[in-house]
Design a protein around this ligand. Structure first.
Ligand SMILES: [Zn+2]
Ligand SMILES: [Zn+2]
Length: 822
C-alpha cells in the first residue's frame, strides 16, 4: 500500500518519473480511460517493479493486486470520486454504465464489480495521502477535528467576553441510512470494519451505555391506529429510550407525544435491516462532531448517551446540547453514570425550535431556544439540513457491505464539513443581518405596541413569572371525588332505567285494546298475545336492571354513608356534574392537541425527508385521515366547551400554530384564567416578541466573537502554511500539501471577503482587527500577513441557495399547515 501511495503521488504531481525500464518486463493490459477511450495500454517497468506499482506509475489501477486483468485510469477514478462528492447518490453502477456507453459496449455486472473494487483501493490511497498531509500540517491526534474543524466554535481568543455556553451543539437520529441484513454470503465475503473515520463511535463504545436506562413502555397506545401493525419483535423491552430516565411528571406529556411519534416510525418492517439508521451530532454551525450507527434498534438511550460521554470528555465545560426530546433527556443523563460529570461541568440540554413548539408550555419555558438566556437566535435545526442531504445516500448504501456503507458515509460527512467551512462566514453574515433586522423592525413594533397597550417591558417580565407560577399549578386543580362521580353516574343510570321501566309498563297497558273482548277472534288473539308477551318481557327485563342498579346505589350509599339520597338539586350533585363536564372537556382538548401535534410531525417529515413517492402518498393519506379526525375532535371539543360555558374553537384556528401556544391556557378550567393578562393573545405575542429581541441582541454578541475567531484563524493558518511549505521544500510531500493549502487558501479568501462585508454593515459593532488565540503566546506580527485578493462572495452562492431552499421549504410547511382547511 505504501508503494502504491508513493507511486500515486509521483504520478499525480508528475515528478521523479524514471524512464529506466526493461522492455522484457513490460506488459499489455485491457484498460478503461474515460478521457482517451483506449482499450489497451502498454505498461513499462523495470525488473524490480511490481505490476501494481508500475500500473499506478503509468496512471492506472488494476482491478486486483496480484494479477489484474483490467486497469482503470486514475483520472477516471478521480472523476468518479469528484462527481460523488457533489452528488452522493451517483452510484458505481451508473458510472460503470456511463463508461460502457462511451466505449459502445453492453454493460454487465462484472464491470461494476471491477470498478467498485478498484475504487476501494483508490479511496484507501487517498486516505493515506490525506493522513500524511494532516500530519505535516499538525492536524492529527485524537479528537483533532472536533476540537478544531469549526473555527467559530473552537478558535477562542484572548480577552473575549465570556459566553453563557461554551458550545452549542445538537444531536438527533436519522432513519434513512439503513442497510439490509446480510443477504446470502455477501456479509461473509467482506468482514472489514472501517475504523479510520474521525466521526464514528464504535459499536463497543456505544454498548457501554446499553444497560444504563431501563425501558418504560408507552402508557397508552396511539388511538386510531391498529396495534397489530406494531412489529413486536422490533420493540426493545429491556433497553430504554432517551426519555425513559425521567421521573418528572411535568415533562410526561412531552415524552408521551415523543413516544407516540417514535412508535409510529417503528411500525415499518425494520427487522430486515442491520443498521437501522444513524445518530449524528453537530455544532450550531453544522460541523459534524460524532456519529454512531443504530444497530437493529430504534432510538435507544445508549446512542445519545455515548455521544454525551464523548462530549463530556472532549468539549470544554458548560456546553448546551439540543435534541428534539432534550427536556426529558436531560433527566436521563442525570440518572445515568454520566450524571455527576454532566452536573459538575454545568452542561445543559434544550429542545430544538421546531420540535419545541410541540412541547407543553411548562417545558417550553425552560427548554425552548427562544426562552433560554444566552441562546442567541439559534434554532438548532442544523441536523435537519444534514439529514436531508445525507438522505441522498440512502438508496445506494441499502445493499452495500457494512464496510463500504461506512466509507461512503464518512466521505459524505467530510465533504459536508468542507462545505460548512466554505459557508461559515456567509452563515454568520446572514445571522448578523437577521439579528439587525429584528432589532430594527421588531424592537420598534414592540415599543409601539407596548405603548398602545399601556404596559412596559417590566410588566412583560412579571407576566413570564406569573405564567410560570401558574403552569406549576396546572394539574393540581381540585380533583373531583371519583367515588362521587361513580355514585352520580349510577344515580343517572338508575333514573334512566326507572323512567324506561315506567314507559314499558305504560306500553304494556296500551297493548290492551280499548274495545277489549274476551276471545274475539283466534287470529287477533294470537297477535295480541305475541305483542303483549314482547312488551311484558321488556318490562320485566328493565325492572330487573332497575332493581339491580338500585341495589348498587344502596350499596354505595352505605359505603359512602350517604343519606338521604342525592337529588339533582343538591349542591353535591351539581358540583359533581360540573366536575364531570370539565373532565369531558379536558379529555376532548387533550385528544385534539395530540392529533394536531401528530400532524405537525408528519408534515415535518414529509417536507424535509428525501422520502420516496410511495411514502409521501402514504403520509398524505394519513394526513387526510388525521384532518378528518381533527375535525371530529373539534366538534367534540366544542360541545364539551359549550357545556361548561367555555369559548369554542374554529377549525381554521386549530390548524394554526397559535393553538399549540394556547393549549395550556385552555387546559386550565378555572374561569379566572381568561382574565389573566398573560393569557391575552395580544400580550402573549408581545411576550414572544420581547424574547426575540433579547435573543437578537445576544446573537449580535455571538457573531461579533465568532467572526473575529474565524478571521484570526485564517490569518494564523496562513502563517503556518508558509512555514510548512518552506519546511517541505524538495520532499515528495510538498506537492500534496501544497495542493491542500491552495484549495484552503482559495476558500479562506472567499471567507475573508464575506467577513469584510459583514464588518461593513451599518450596524456592525464587533472588533475589526484579528486577535490572539488563547494560549498561543504573544502575536508574532500584528500586520495582516498576506495580501488577499478578494473575490466577490456573491458571485457563487450555490450552497446558500440550497440552504435557503430548505429553510423556505420549512416556511412552506408552516404556511401550508396554517392554511390547510380541508
Ligand atoms: Zn461551530
Ligand atoms: Zn418537553
Amino acid at each position: 500500500m505504501d508503494e502504491l501511495t508513493e507511486a500515486y503521488v509521483k504520478w499525480k504531481y508528475n515528478f521523479n518519473l524514471s524512464d529506466n525500464f526493461n522492455e522484457e518486463y513490460s506488459f499489455k493490459i485491457d484498460a478503461v480511460n474515460i478521457y482517451t477511450l483506449e482499450k489497451e495500454v502498454c505498461i513499462h517497468r523495470s525488473e524490480n517493479t511490481k505490476a501494481a506499482v508500475a500500473l499506478v506509475s503509468a496512471g492506472y489501477l488494476g482491478t486486483s493486486p496480484e494479477f489484474p486483468s483490467l486497469a482503470i485510469s486514475l483520472q477516471t477514478l478521480e472523476l468518479y470520486y469528484t462527481l460523488r462528492l457533489f452528488k452522493p447518490s451517483f452510484s458505481v453502477e451508473a458510472f460503470a454504465k456511463a463508461l460502457c456507453h462511451l466505449y459502445s459496449i453492453p454493460f454487465h455486472r462484472g464491470y461494476r464489480t471491477g470498478l467498485s473494487d478498484t475504487f476501494d483501493v483508490y479511496l484507501a490511497i487517498r486516505r493515506r495521502i490525506d493522513s500524511q498531509v494532516a500530519k505535516e500540517l499538525g492536524h492529527e491526534g485524537a479528537n483533532y477535528c472536533v476540537l478544531n474543524s469549526c473555527p467559530a466554535c473552537c478558535y477562542k481568543l484572548e480577552d473575549e467576553p465570556e459566553l453563557e455556553f461554551s458550545r452549542m451543539w445538537v444531536v438527533d437520529r436519522n432513519n434513512s441510512l439503513k442497510r439490509m441484513a446480510g443477504i446470502g454470503n455477501r456479509e461473509v465475503s467482506d468482514t472489514r470494519i472501517f475504523g479510520e473515520s474521525d466521526y464514528y463511535l464504535s459499536e463497543d463504545f456505544v454498548n457501554i451505555y446499553a444497560g444504563e436506562i431501563k425501558a418504560r413502555p408507552l402508557a397508552c397506545n396511539i388511538e386510531d391506529e391498529d396495534p397489530d401493525e406494531l412489529q413486536s419483535d422490533w420493540v426493545d423491552e429491556e433497553h430504554g429510550d432517551p426519555t425513559d430516565g425521567i421521573e418528572d411528571s411535568e415533562l410526561a406529556q412531552c415524552t408521551e407525544n415523543w413516544k407516540a411519534a417514535a412508535a409510529d416510525q417503528q411500525k415499518k418492517m425494520w427487522g430486515i435491516f442491520h443498521e437501522s439508521g444513524y445518530f449524528a451530532s453537530a455544532c450550531r454551525h453544522g460541523f459534524v462532531l460524532w456519529v454512531a450507527d443504530m444497530i437493529r434498534s430504534g432510538e435507544l438511550a445508549k446512542y445519545p448517551l455515548a455521544i454525551v460521554a464523548k462530549a463530556l470528555g472532549v468539549l470544554p465545560p458548560r456546553w448546551l446540547m439540543g435534541y428534539d426530546i432534550g427536556c426529558s433527556f436531560g433527566g436521563t443523563i442525570l440518572r445515568s453514570s454520566l450524571g455527576p460529570e454532566f452536573a459538575k461541568q454545568k452542561c445543559r440540554t434544550c429542545v430544538n425550535a421546531f420540535h419545541g413548539y410541540s412541547h407543553n408550555a411548562a417545558c417550553q419555558q425552560k427548554y425552548h431556544p427562544l426562552n433560554i438566556l444566552g441562546m442567541g437566535l439559534e434554532d438548532l435545526e442544523t441536523l435537519e439540513r444534514l439529514f436531508s442531504s445525507s438522505n441522498q445516500l440512502a438508496p445506494l448504501i441499502r445493499y452495500m457491505t457494512a464496510y463500504r456503507r461506512r466509507v461512503f458515509i464518512d466521505i459524505f460527512l467530510q465533504q459536508w464539513d468542507q462545505e460548512k467551512y466554505q459557508n461559515l462566514a456567509t452563515m454568520l453574515h446572514n445571522n448578523y443581518v437577521q439579528a439587525l433586522n429584528i432589532l430594527e423592525d421588531e424592537a420598534k413594533a414592540l415599543q409601539a405596541d407596548l405603548l398602545a397597550k399601556g404596559i412596559t417591558i417590566e410588566d412583560l417580565e412579571t407576566y413570564f413569572v406569573e405564567e410560570s407560577n401558574h403552569l406549576k399549578e396546572i394539574g393540581k386543580e381540585a380533583e373531583g371525588d371519583l367515588h362521587a362521580v361513580a355514585y352520580v353516574e349510577l344515580l343517572q343510570r338508575y333514573r334512566e332505567l326507572s323512567s324506561a321501566c315506567d314507559n314499558a309498563a305504560a306500553d304494556f297497558r296500551s297493548q290492551t285494546p280499548a274495545d277489549y273482548e274476551f276471545l274475539a277472534s283466534a287470529a287477533s288473539y294470537s297477535r295480541n298475545l305475541s305483542d303483549g308477551r314482547r312488551a311484558e318481557t321488556k318490562r320485566r327485563y328493565l325492572r330487573e336492571q332497575r332493581d339491580k342498579t338500585l341495589f348498587e346505589v344502596v350499596q354505595m350509599e352505605t359505603a359512602m354513608s350517604i343519606s338521604p339520597r342525592w337529588e339533582p338539586t343538591d349542591r353535591e350533585y351539581i358540583e359533581t356534574i360540573e366536575y364531570m363536564n370539565t373532565r369531558k372537556y379536558r379529555q376532548a382538548l387533550e385528544r385534539l392537541y395530540k392529533l394536531v401535534i401528530q400532524r405537525l410531525f408528519e408534515l415535518h417529515k414529509m417536507n424535509l425527508s428525501f422520502t420516496g413517492y410511495k411514502m409521501r402518498t402514504h403520509i398524505s393519506n394519513a394526513l387526510q385521515r388525521r384532518s378528518k379526525a381533527i375535525r371530529n375532535a373539534v366538534k367534540t371539543y366544542n360541545s364539551a366547551a359549550a357545556a361548561i360555558g367555555r369559548p369554542t374553537l374554529d377549525w381554521v384556528k386549530v390548524t394554526h400554530y397559535s393553538f399549540l401556544d394556547q393549549f395550556n391556557v385552555l387546559q386550565d378550567t378555572r374561569h379566572s384564567i381568561l382574565d389573566k393578562k398573560w393569557a391575552d393573545p395580544v400580550v402573549r405575542h408581545l411576550m414572544k416578541q420581547h424574547r426575540q429581541v433579547a435573543r437578537a441582541k445576544e446573537e449580535i454578541q455571538h457573531c461579533n466573537i465568532q467572526i473575529r475567531r474565524l478571521q484570526t484563524s485564517i490569518f494564523d493558518e496562513d502563517k503556518k502554511f508558509q512555514k510548512v511549505l518552506e519546511h517541505l521544500k524538495d520532499t515528495s510531500m510538498y506537492f500534496p500539501v501544497h495542493d491542500f493549502i491552495n484549495r484552503r487558501r482559495a476558500v479562506n479568501q472567499l471567507l475573508l471577503s464575506r467577513i469584510y462585508q459583514t464588518q461593513a454593515l451599518p450596524g456592525f459593532t464587533g472588533n475589526r482587527n484579528p486577535g490572539v488565540r488563547e494560549g498561543s503566546g504573544p502575536p508574532t506580527s500584528t500586520s495582516v500577513p498576506m495580501n488577499f485578493d478578494l473575490p466577490d462572495p456573491d458571485s457563487d452562492d450555490g450552497e446558500d441557495a440550497e440552504d435557503d431552499e430548505i429553510v423556505d421549504g420549512m416556511g412552506a410547511v408552516i404556511e401550508y399547515m396554517s392554511n390547510l382547511s380541508t
